[in-house]
Write a protein that binds this ligand. Structure first.
Ligand code: ARG
Length: 457
């Protein structure tokens, strides 16, 4: 196939160089966006009388047909045409002749690819945002079901204080809320249209950049043609957002894995989302959650890859930037797959509420309640902490729970203790009293659920 730059060259490209420099094997994913960009460009060229209305219409009809051929998987891709932009343009010219040769007027692949990647990400960010919303709703439904399921809350993975399971689940809803906000914000940076920057310097032809931007649904036109073809910040921003969301998913995956061990026994993941062992008949492995945790590494790597790719590049476009697409596609696809499988897996997971309740009562988890009880009786918190520590130590040495101590024994530690101390040793009561804003009390958990129900409507 003749190269568009063949005029300047005496020799043909080596096939080793061709297969080394091609991007069609991956950027074909951008075909829809490339065609949308070209149609807008052709409309603008006609409106500005740079090409005739008839030529523009021929181009649009030709592109529409190419879209059909690609959609039905009958399009022939070949590495000597390098990338998706050259494939589509060459096919168009083959189909409609000379008008096809006018499409690239006042355009370069540099502004074209910057546009395509923006259009792609804009669409994918919206899809990912809607999956995050779905995941939040899934959490809310489960949290509503477990408004009186107690569990131990942890710090350092040591039992800390009793909490409601719904409270723990709502922590994830908050995390995904921030992820959603970050993506909305990132979307703003995809909102500026680079088309018309051409190679880097703009053009002497009378184009209308505002018109193409409007046709493509952009709210702004990139203000500097050099920056317009150099900028990949929007992609980096997306990769950072994706990395943070994956970090959240990985923490969730880790808890699902831990909680479904025999040792914890808090949760059983459905058969439909686990696998067995080819040798150990008793096994049921949380592979989906493990892979989610594992894939997080790749998504982090994608962010590092693009940051490193960009850091040494002089302005404006450099061919290195062709490598931007692989990490972006990979992060989009990985994150989408994780979110999609989670919204199916979570509702089918079964919590062992009895076991959670037992664990909530163990580990001296209500010790802080005794300290706060003493504070209410006028004991300074530091002294209350020390007194309670001694009570706990004495229980540990005798291997008995706090509830086994008689009132007399308790009063030996502090005369401020009365018989009303009994009630607060109950984990249900402990949870009920933590009604400070955002705390684990049922009233506060209900408030959180109401808040998110309204927000997610
Ligand atoms: N395939 C290229 C990329 O993805 C398109 C831009 C090529 N521009 C150029 N001047 N060689 O970056």
């Amino acid at each position: 196939m003749k190269k568009p730059w063949s005029g300047r060259f005496a020799y043909k490209t080596s096939s080793a160089a061709e297969s080394f420099t091609e991007s069609i094997s991956f950027d074909r994913k951008l075909w829809k966006h490339d065609i949308a960009g070209s149609i807008a460009h052709a409309k603008m060229l006609a409106r500005q009388r740079i090409i005739t209305a008839k030529e523009s219409q021929d181009i649009i009809d030709g592109l529409t047909e190419i879209a059909e051929v690609i959609r039905s998987e009958k399009f022939i891709f070949s590495p000597d045409l390098e990338d998706i932009h050259m494939h589509i343009e060459s096919s168009l010219t083959q189909q409609i002749g000379d008008p096809g040769r006018k499409l690239h007027t006042a355009r370069s692949r540099n502004d074209q690819v910057a546009l395509d990647l923006r259009l792609y990400l804009r669409e994918q960010i919206q899809h990912i945002s809607s999956l995050i919303r779905k995941l939040q709703k899934t959490f809310i439904v489960i949290a509503e079901r477990h408004q009186d399921t107690l569990m131990p809350g942890y710090t350092h993975l040591q039992r800390a204080q009793p909490v409601l399971l719904s409270h723990h689940l709502l922590a994830y809803v908050e995390m995904f809320q921030r992820d959603h906000e970050r993506l909305r914000n990132c979307l703003l940076r995809t909102e500026s249209c680079p088309l018309g920057a051409c190679a880097l310097a703009g053009t002497s032809l009378p184009i209308d950049r505002v018109y193409t931007a409007k046709l493509l649904g952009f709210s702004r036109v990139a203000g500097n043609s050099i920056d317009a073809v150099s900028d990949r910040d929007f992609a980096l921003e997306f990769l950072s957002c994706a990395a943070i969301t994956m970090m959240h998913l990985s923490r969730l995956a880790e808890e699902l894995i831990l909680w479904s061990t025999e040792e914890f026994g808090f949760l059983e993941i459905s058969d439909r989302f686990t696998t067995g062992s080819s040798i150990m008949p008793q096994k049921k492995n949380p592979d989906v959650a493990e892979l989610m945790r594992g894939k997080t590494g790749r998504v982090y790597g994608n962010l590092m890859a693009l940051l490193t790719l960009m850091k040494g590049l002089p302005l404006s476009y450099n061919r290195d930037m062709q490598e931007d697409k692989l990490p972006v596609f990979d992060s989009v696809e990985t994150l989408t797959a994780c979110l999609a499988v989670l919204v199916e897996m979570l509702p089918e997971a079964k919590f062992n509420t009895r076991r959670l309740r037992e664990a909530a009562a163990g580990g001296y988890a209500t010790a802080t309640d005794i300290a706060e009880y003493l504070v209410r009786k006028g004991v300074p918190f530091r002294s209350a902490h020390e007194i309670t520590g001694k009570i706990v130590l004495s229980c540990i040495s005798r291997n008995i729970p706090l509830t086994s101590l008689s009132l007399r024994e308790l009063r030996n530690f502090s005369s401020a203790i009365d018989k009303d101390v009994r009630a607060i040793l109950d984990p249900e009561v402990s949870v009920k009293t933590r009604s400070s804003f955002g705390g684990t009390a049922p009233s506060e958990v209900k408030r959180q659920i109401r808040h998110y129900r309204k927000l997610l409507k």
